[in-house]
Design a protein around this ligand. Structure first.
Ligand code: UDP
Ligand code: MG
Length: 334
């Protein structure tokens, strides 16, 4: 039979996941070997400080389908994902977390939707029982705020567990924004979409690498990368309050000119000074946020620095393939 099997790249960012990597890999391989496709597994080591790197190196020796992309330090989840996607050579790529919270069992149905023509197959997490209430609430509010401010609706519960067609992967080669927010980016590029739902599992082992600080940074990046509305809010606030202060001035003048007791407004003076000072600071902060963004963008630094790779040679995508598959070769990213 002359037909060439489709090839799939699996991209997994890893940051200090020594406790789960082994279990994750065997589960992933079990799922993949039941799929009639050639595949490569790209583990992106995002500057782990534990034994993750050694473990992946070992896995690379045991399985020819496993490849390692090791970044020179911790660049963050989004950059690690982008790095893996840039190195992916499959006809499509699937990204998922290495802590088994994104069930590998879902992969066949992602592929099925892709074969039916979807270029982006996203997943929607149905209420994660295990995640703390604060995390669920904050993510809910983030999505609401994002829609309000950017006019683009991101569906809540959509994490970075998805399938991307080669056409979409190629557009990502050109993404050079510093404030990387893949979720928004992928909404922005368009293409036909499909959604698969799943129930999130508990983290198999290890701890979440997302501190509240990292989440806040991601949320701020996400919003300011896709909208200038916050800037406009600053302008509107500025106008409203200057208007109000004119009204107040008129009132003060009236008191001064037509009544006896002019000097009594210490409290109101200090109050309005403080209030306006606060508003100005908010506006400056918002403007600063964007200037910072411009500063980051103009430097055009690459998103990640690769320190070590294993398995990205000339060999075919997977041992099962006949080897006649035309593989797209990509030189180093950026
Ligand atoms: N991760 C990463 N770099 C980071 C933080 C996280 O590569 O700086 C990886 C991590 O190893 C995991 C995935 O991103 O595979 C999701 O992280 P985590 O499970 O800690 O996030 P949560 O599920 O708690 O949102
Ligand atoms: Mg997780």
């Amino acid at each position: 039979m002359g037909h060439v099997k489709t090839s799939i790249s699996i991209v997994v960012p890893l940051y200090n996941e020594e406790a789960v990597i082994e279990r994750f890999t065997s589960k992933l391989i079990a799922v993949l070997s039941a799929v009639d496709c050639r595949y490569e597994i790209i583990f992106v080591n995002d500057g782990s400080t534990d034994a993750t790197l050694e473990q992946v190196r070992r896995l690379c020796c045991d399985h020819s389908t496993i490849k390692l992309l090791s970044l020179s330090r911790n660049f963050g989840h989004q950059s690690a994902l982008l790095a893996g996607l840039r190195y992916a050579r499959g006809d499509c790529a699937i990204t998922l977390d290495g802590d088994l919270q994104h069930p590998p069992e879902l992969i066949p149905s992602l592929i099925a939707h892709w074969k039916q023509g979807a270029k982006v197959v996203a997943t929607r997490r149905l209420d994660a029982v295990s995640s703390p209430l604060a995390k669920r609430l904050s993510s809910q509010w983030f999505y609401r705020l994002f829609r309000l401010v950017s006019g683009m609706s991101l569906e809540p519960g959509m994490a970075d567990f998805r399938l991307l067609d080669r056409a979409v992967l190629d557009t990502l080669q050109d993404v050079n924004e510093r404030a990387l927010f893949l979720r928004g980016m992928l909404q922005w590029v368009g293409f036909r979409r499909a959604v698969v739902e799943y129930r999130a599992a508990d983290r198999a082992a290890g701890v979440s690498k997302f501190t509240p600080r990292k989440m806040l940074a991601l949320a701020l990046d996400g919003i300011t990368a896709f909208s200038v509305t916050p800037l406009r809010i600053a302008t509107v606030l500025g106008f409203v309050f200057s208007l109000l202060s004119f009204v107040y001035l008129a009132y003060a003048l009236f008191i001064h000119l037509f009544t006896e007791h002019a000097v009594e407004g210490w409290t109101s003076v200090i109050g309005s000074v403080l209030f306006l000072g606060g508003v100005q600071l908010i506006c400056l902060g918002i403007i600063g946020e964007y200037i910072g963004k411009i500063f980051q963008e103009v430097k055009q630094r690459p998103h990640f620095v690769v320190e070590e790779t294993i398995g990205f040679g000339d060999e075919s995508l997977s041992a099962t393939g006949a080897g006649d598959h035309a593989v797209r070769r990509r030189a180093t990213a950026d």
